[in-house]
Write a protein that binds this ligand. Structure first.
Ligand SMILES: [Zn+2]
Ligand SMILES: [Zn+2]
Length: 380
């Protein structure tokens, strides 16, 4: 089988032709034909030499963690829920399975305590940029057929589903939010988030805007590109307001919009991310989703001012990584609704379908107006 892989000895991406055909080994497994795989900043970082660990015993790592596939064969225990032809998306992270890790045991490997998890296409497990894979139903979710055009966006959507739902849960600390809600749905109450700012109009940021708008939140998106460019027009066509921070610095945005309750950081640039605190309102939450390199993000902050602001305004800053299966289920639900409301715009998030032969260019460069480029994976 062919696969786009990182060759560990040379550190270069390659199109391999010798990847073994996978076979079902356990009754709960699915054999899946991969249809599309999204190209993401993480893949490009791996190709630049930042991270990327092959499974033990392998000298290459099949890349890709944002997949859409179709079931071709089911294990005996999987056959009641899945059948050949079903669309599926698989999650990324696999649990550490260590006894001292209660979160992994609970299906929340995104919150793994030991750090000894693996991630398909990133660390310790092969990814999805290949024709066929085998996966346990524990790590797969089924998609309705109408999500075929955008199903590859599920994984990036799960990142913001988690980040935003965690922020909503945190706001449950506010007594007035608790008092407004009368049942166990309290931690899913969105009323506190009246106004949100998403920083960065890449795939994560744009999917965050879709999720927020779906919940009726007044949504603003900031980026460094002009407002009449591709991303600006896309963002405004779904009902969010676009801010070019080259014209309006982020700290000036609230003076036009009013207090901002939630900021979703989706830039991956540390100095930009911390700067967002200057736009955060009273009782606000700032959630980081970007993963910058370990070095090169040095910045100077007026620490006294920021600490004073955070304390006096009861602000929360949190980081949020990856997502477990529950967020994939939520993303399937939300993407279905987005597809009904904004079919054209949702399709416009995918800006390029790339043949796998063009792997080198696609993994080493990024066109200015790209939102999400995906590899079309051939059957052979
Ligand atoms: Zn990704
Ligand atoms: Zn764990």
């Amino acid at each position: 089988m062919r696969a786009i892989a990182l060759d560990k000895p040379s550190g270069k991406p390659t199109l391999r032709t010798d990847v073994p055909e996978p076979a079902i080994q356990a009754p709960d497994e699915l054999r899946i034909r991969v249809l599309e795989v999204g190209i993401c900043g993480t893949d490009r970082a791996i190709v630049r030499g930042e991270g990327g660990v092959p499974p033990s015993g392998s000298d290459y790592l099949v890349l890709g963690h944002e997949m859409l596939g179709q079931v071709v064969e089911t294990g005996s225990e999987a056959s009641s829920d899945y059948k050949a032809g079903d669309l599926v998306v698989c999650t990324v992270r696999r649990p550490c399975r260590l006894p001292e890790c209660p979160t992994c045991a609970h299906g929340e490997s995104d919150l793994c305590y030991t750090g000894k998890y693996s991630e398909r296409g990133i660390v310790g497990a092969h990814g999805y940029m290949t024709s066929r894979i085998v996966e346990s139903t524990d790590f797969a979710v089924k998609l309705p057929p109408e999500l075929r055009p955008y199903g590859v966006l599920i994984e990036p959507t799960t990142v913001v589903e988690k980040a935003i739902l965690e922020s909503v849960l945190i706001q449950n600390r506010l007594d007035w939010v608790r008092n407004l809600t009368d049942d166990q749905e309290a931690n899913r109450d969105w009323r506190f988030v009246k106004r949100a700012l998403v920083a960065g109009a890449g795939p994560i940021g744009i999917m965050a805007a879709f999720v927020l708008l779906l919940h009726g939140v007044e949504t603003h998106v900031s980026d460094i590109r002009p407002r009449d460019g591709y991303k600006g027009r896309l963002v405004e066509s779904i009902g969010a307001t676009y801010w070019n921070v080259m014209e309006t610095p982020v700290e000036d945005i609230p003076s036009s919009t009013g207090s901002i309750d939630l900021i979703v950081e989706a830039t991956g640039v540390a100095p930009v991310a911390w700067q967002l605190l200057s736009a955060l309102g009273v009782n606000g939450v700032l959630v980081f989703t970007g993963v910058p390199g370990d070095r090169g993000g040095e910045l100077e902050l007026e620490g006294g001012h920021l600490m004073r602001q955070m304390v006096l305004w009861n602000q929360v800053v949190l980081g949020s990584v990856n997502a477990n299966r529950s967020y994939f289920l939520q993303a399937v639900k939300d993407l279905s609704e987005m597809g009904r409301r904004w079919p054209q715009q949702l399709a416009s998030v995918i800006t390029a379908h790339v043949p796998i032969e063009n792997y080198e260019t696609a993994l080493t460069s990024q066109p200015a107006d790209e939102v999400k480029a995906v590899f079309d994976i051939p059957e052979n």
